[in-house]
Design a protein around this ligand. Structure first.
Ligand code: G3I
Length: 351
């Protein structure tokens, strides 16, 4: 019998997967139940799905995930209360339907800021109250840091949230989540490329400042959309240690190990076209990665893959897009038929 992945890492951290509701049935559900003990929604808990129109909350799809987790005794991560993507426009429009960012009058801008923050507060309050007893980890704010050096000089991503409220949206988000969440639930700020020094340090400085102001942040979510050869193990380790030095928990929240560089413009057109040697290379990477995670397990409370198996990954869209229409990636430890890959055996065998 194939050993269970979550059991293998039981002493260290939870093993999670991102899912769409359709995956809660059939073979994908069986693999989920067997190998994972934590779950997160790939899309259905994002603002555009939960509150598509002001005051119209749609919890149906999100409920399915929470129910599945309850039935199968799994932890649940919530992704995500705030993001600049997949957020409906109404959040940022005034009564006349005009974008609030266009407002030039300082007094009206101040009013608009209060309106936006109220909307955010209401959004978070409704959700957190509903799922208070079900969610272990909340992605409160997602991707607040820019990859480059924007004009604000602090690496803050200049989203509509930022333009309208500065960093107040982050504070209000954490404070509101904290007010309604269960006492033992943890609140995370989540981002990608947290291993890249410049971005990592911008995130570190932001979190440090917010903590000093008393903002209730419990941990950092490292998305970990990585590649076989990038970033280095040292960079990954340094980042985990850096945030742990602030007394924060770390979670690996969206792990996938792409076969390709960025952009993936040399992708294999189909799964069958991928040579075995690629899966072997990937297995070595997974082996090293989980050895590292395991060595840091007092600083990492969960490792979540951004999917279950190679038949469903957001990376396919990227691979196809950049490779001119066709392209298949294979980032996980189960193949397109839910069979174990070399990467699976690499991370199961570790001492
Ligand atoms: O639901 C609509 C469907 O009605 C429509 O027919 C179809 C046509 O394109 O689109 C569907 O929406 C898609 C949605 O996924 C659900 O499948 C969107 O186009 C597509 O853009 C969206 O992509 C998601 C992406 O976030 C959006 O930015 C990916 O599935 C999801 O994996 C990805 O996840 C993000 C994390 O939230 C944050 N970190 C990065 C990560 C990867 O990009």
């Amino acid at each position: 019998d194939v050993p269970e992945l979550d059991e293998r890492y039981e002493e260290s951290f939870a093993i999670g997967a991102a899912v769409e509701p359709y995956q809660l049935e059939g073979e994908s559900a069986e693999v989920l139940k067997r190998h994972y003990n934590s779950i997160v929604a790939e899309n259905v808990m994002k603002p555009i799905n939960i509150q598509p129109e002001e005051g119209v909350f749609n919890f149906e799809e999100a409920d399915k995930i929470v129910e599945f987790a309850k039935e199968n005794d799994m932890e649940v991560r919530f992704h995500t209360l705030v993001w600049h993507n997949q957020v409906p426009d109404w959040f940022f429009l005034d009564k006349e339907g005009n974008p609030m960012v266009d407002e030039t009058d300082p007094k009206q801008r101040e009013k608009n800021k209060r309106i936006v923050l109220k909307r955010l507060e209401k959004h978070i309050k409704e959700i957190v109250k509903r799922y208070k007893d079900d969610i272990d980890s909340w992605d409160v704010v997602n991707e607040a840091i820019d990859d480059g050096n924007p004009a604000n000089g602090k690496g803050l991503r200049e989203t509509v949230w930022y333009q309208l409220t500065g960093t107040d949206y982050i504070k209000v988000a954490f404070e509101t989540a904290d007010r309604f969440a269960a006492k033992d639930a943890k609140l995370y700020i989540n981002d990608y490329n947290t291993e890249v020094e410049s971005k990592r340090d911008h995130l570190y400085n932001l979190v440090k400042e917010l903590l000093a102001e008393g903002v209730p942040i419990d941990g950092v979510g490292h998305q970990a959309h990585i590649q076989i050869g990038w970033p280095s193990l040292q960079q990954i380790e340094d980042s985990i240690n850096l945030f742990a030095s602030l007394g924060l928990d770390n979670q690996i929240t969206e792990l996938d190990v792409s076969l390709y560089g960025w952009p993936p413009d040399n992708a294999y057109p189909t799964y069958d076209a991928i040579p075995d040697s690629e899966f072997e290379r990937q297995a070595v990477r997974y082996d090293q990665l989980f050895e590292l995670y395991e060595g840091l397990d007092d600083k990492i409370s969960s490792v979540t893959f951004w999917g279950i198996a190679d038949n469903h990954t957001w990376l396919d869209d990227r691979a196809a897009h950049y490779s001119g229409g066709e392209g298949k990636d294979a980032p996980f430890v189960f193949d397109v038929d839910y069979n174990t890959k070399p990467a699976f055996w690499a991370i199961i065998d570790e001492e």
